[in-house]
Ligand binder design. Structure first.
Ligand code: GSH
Length: 202
């Protein structure tokens, strides 16, 4: 299998970590969105990463669709998101917060770093960062035990840890002194080579 995109992207990284946790080997084609749009568009007409090329040569885009496909490959006993029932909802409601938060963190970075300086709108950057923090604070409030859902490690934990890593790498001061429980969860997960090993090294 081939995973398109650099693990600097939290969406790419959560797919890479899931592949590792499921023991599925893959080759990473680390195309960057800022300069390699044409290469990315060969795999994803929407021009975003991640995309996954399966061993059958099929291309799946969007981390949620890719991870759903991976979950169905490993089956209900190993899937990090339960495939059905109330347990699935317990995980997906956390995922909505983590993905929502990191989408806003990414949008804040694009707003700040990808526009000509005179076109940057500081109020919008602050609004986006506030939305990102809102999502993480809600997850922090819900983290009362060891894991975010179901009393065991799920995709909610994997994605939240990776989302927080990314949000902080984009803008460390925005999160300073906040989110102690999520940070502790993140450290535990990053100590696992399947997850910590996917940190972007470029
Ligand atoms: N919902 C998508 C979001 C993917 C996404 O926004 N990827 C960013 C990189 S972090 C991207 O490709 N941005 C380039 C662009 O939108 O032009 C997913 O979960 O895969």
């Amino acid at each position: 299998m081939q995973l398109i995109g650099r693990t600097m992207s939290p969406f790419v990284r959560r797919v890479a970590a899931t592949l590792n946790l499921y023991g599925m080997p893959f080759e990473n084609l680390p195309f960057g969105t800022a300069t390699q749009g044409a290469e990315i568009a060969r795999f994803n007409p929407v021009g975003r990463v991640p995309a996954l090329v399966t061993d059958a040569g099929e291309v799946i885009t969007d981390s949620a669709a890719i991870i759903d496909w991976l979950d169905h490959q490993v089956g209900p006993d190993r899937a990090l998101t339960p495939l059905a029932g109330p347990d699935r909802f317990a995980v997906t409601r956390c995922l909505a917060l983590a993905l929502g938060a990191v989408e806003k963190a990414v949008a804040a970075t694009y707003e700040k770093d990808r526009r000509p300086e005179d076109k940057v709108w500081p109020e919008q950057v602050e609004k986006l960062l506030g939305q990102a923090r809102g999502g993480f604070e809600a997850l922090e409030a819900g983290l009362t035990g060891e894991w975010l859902a179901l009393g065991r490690m799920t995709q909610a934990d994997v994605t939240t840890a990776i989302a927080l890593d990314a949000a902080e790498s984009f803008n460390r001061p925005a999160y300073a002194g906040r989110l102690p429980r999520l940070r502790a969860l993140r450290e535990r997960l990053n100590a696992m080579p399947e997850i910590g090993g996917t940190r972007f090294k470029g």
